[in-house]
Design a protein around this ligand. Structure first.
Ligand code: SF4
Ligand code: SF4
Length: 484
């Protein structure tokens, strides 16, 4: 048997490369402050939304945003979506997808850098690291230190904070699916449904692991979005760029002083790498590891200020502008970078869907009628020769209040009707029904036509007996011995 190729055993590139733990350094600057703002707003929206109340009257829940799975409703402020209107939700999801395309075409990977939940929670956990263990150097030293009692205590304390944040995150999620104050009480008195505990457990553990430990690895190895984005980006896309024409060859301030004119502006201080939440060195160029959070711009601008060189060695710009700069060309105006033809196209599609949804929402009726005829028997022949057909009719009252509606026979001359809650002696061309709030009422309707009526189509119209006078109609078939 041949011995394995010794080259393979000594190859510096194994099939698996161990992760280098990232310890980002604290930094201040305009992009860091913007990141603080976005973090505060997104977390406030996530944790706070289920607690916003919205008065819909006594017959509907008063939670502003609620996915009511038990009653199959989705409430968002004054909008209520029924199961048969799922196309609204589909439309919103399509808008969210196109919105990501739109943002990418305008400002590159801004979603990844600022608002993606993985980014926001990782950032939050990194601040916990700083709070408990200190800044980068202290954390690196502690990481390399042996497991003493003090290190174990620190770790347990930090992981407990992680767990509290993760639990709060999972707990906030379930509040979107039930009345938040009620669910909190039921949760702690062990009266909540099992699925609530299971969901909180799963989300607590995923937040704890993804935000606390896996961090940038989720972005680099697990998330499909960076792969899609790289396919969407081109030389006109805004991204964080290191101006190598200005920075290279890099060398310390001392070296540059000794050899004037031989070195570029990069003093090789590695501050841009030290602050990077994914550990990427932007001087190697754009990469899937770079979420374009721009913290390296803050770091490098500070270094440039300190050594008295112009800011912008690392900058937000397009590759095209970066290349133009090397030839001494001016940047294109910012509005031209943002308002590209593809951005305009995405915006038109995005806003078109949005306007279509708004129009459909604004013009939809809150009263609907559907119906189906009994198939067996298709008709009944009465002793006086008249013919009776039976129908199951459903009236949907989408208002959060009780209503009255009148259903009437349209067409089918001489026919009368009554319902299963009436005496047939009260049969008439139209009958009034009480509809419960926010519900579908099912009624059996009997329609009787005189002897000799030929098979024909007719309508059952419904109109609400209130100031809105909303109406709807359903086409039905009247069957006789002569056929359908
Ligand atoms: S922070 Fe600026 S100067 Fe320092 S290494 Fe990075 S690019 Fe060079
Ligand atoms: S390289 Fe710069 S922009 Fe990219 S992730 Fe790191 S700090 Fe953020």
């Amino acid at each position: 048997m041949n011995s394995p190729d010794p080259q393979l055993h000594h190859s510096p590139l194994g099939t698996y490369q161990a992760r280098k733990k990232v310890h980002p350094k604290r930094i201040d600057g305009p992009f860091r402050r913007f990141k603080w703002l976005v973090m505060f707003v997104t977390l406030a929206i996530y944790y706070g939304t289920p607690w916003i109340r919205w008065d819909r009257g006594p017959y509907a829940p008063d939670q502003a945003v609620l996915i009511d799975l038990a009653h199959r409703r989705f409430y968002m402020f004054s909008i209520e979506i029924w199961p048969h209107e799922f196309y609204f939700v589909a439309g919103l999801l399509i808008m969210a997808g196109i919105g990501l395309f739109l943002i990418t075409s305008m400002v590159g990977r801004a979603w990844c850098g600022y608002t993606c939940p993985q980014t926001v929670w990782t950032d939050l956990f990194q601040h916990v690291d700083r709070f408990v263990d200190g800044d980068r150097n202290k954390r690196m030293r502690l990481d390399a230190a042996p497991w003493t009692a003090s290190k174990i205590a620190r770790r347990l304390f930090k992981w407990t904070i992680y767990l509290v944040i993760a639990f709060w995150t999972g707990g906030a999620w379930i509040m979107y699916f039930a009345d938040a104050p009620t669910l909190v009480r039921e949760f702690w008195t062990l009266e909540a449904p099992f699925v609530a505990y299971a969901t909180v457990f799963i989300l607590t553990m995923t937040t704890f692991i993804f935000g606390g430990f896996m961090r940038e690895q989720v972005c680099i190895y697990m998330c499909p979005w960076p792969r899609i984005q790289t396919a969407m980006m081109d030389e006109k896309s805004l991204t964080v760029t290191y101006k190598d024409w200005r920075g290279e060859p890099r060398g310390s301030v001392k070296k540059a002083e000794k050899n004037p004119g031989e070195f570029g502006d990069c003093i090789d201080c590695n501050q841009c790498v030290a602050v990077c939440p994914t550990g990427w060195d932007i001087r190697k160029g754009p990469d899937i590891s770079c979420i374009t959070c721009a913290l390296c711009i803050d770091a490098c601008d500070k270094v440039m200020d300190d050594v008295g060189r112009p800011r912008g060695l690392i900058d937000y710009l397009t590759l095209e502008d970066s290349e133009g700069e090397t030839r001494g060309q001016d940047h294109r105006p910012t509005w031209k970078k943002i308002l590209r033809p593809r951005s305009v196209l995405y915006f038109l599609v995005w806003s078109g869907i949005g306007l279509g949804l708004l129009f459909a929402l604004g013009t939809r009726d809150h009263l609907e009628i559907v119906g189906a005829a009994d198939r067996n028997p298709p008709y009944m022949l009465m002793s006086d020769g008249s013919i009776r057909n039976n129908y199951t009719v459903k009236l949907r009252n989408m208002e959060s209040r009780p209503r009255q509606a009148r259903i009437s026979i349209e067409g089918l001359d001489g026919a009368l009707m009554w319902s299963d809650t009436m005496n047939n002696a009260d049969a008439a061309r139209s009958i009034d029904l009480d509809l419960p709030p926010d519900a579908t009422q099912t009624v059996r309707v009997y329609v009787m036509a005189p002897r000799g009526t030929q098979p024909t189509g007719f309508s059952l119209g419904a109109v609400s007996l209130d100031e809105q006078a909303e109406s709807d109609a359903v086409e039905l078939r009247f069957v006789t011995p002569e056929g359908n």
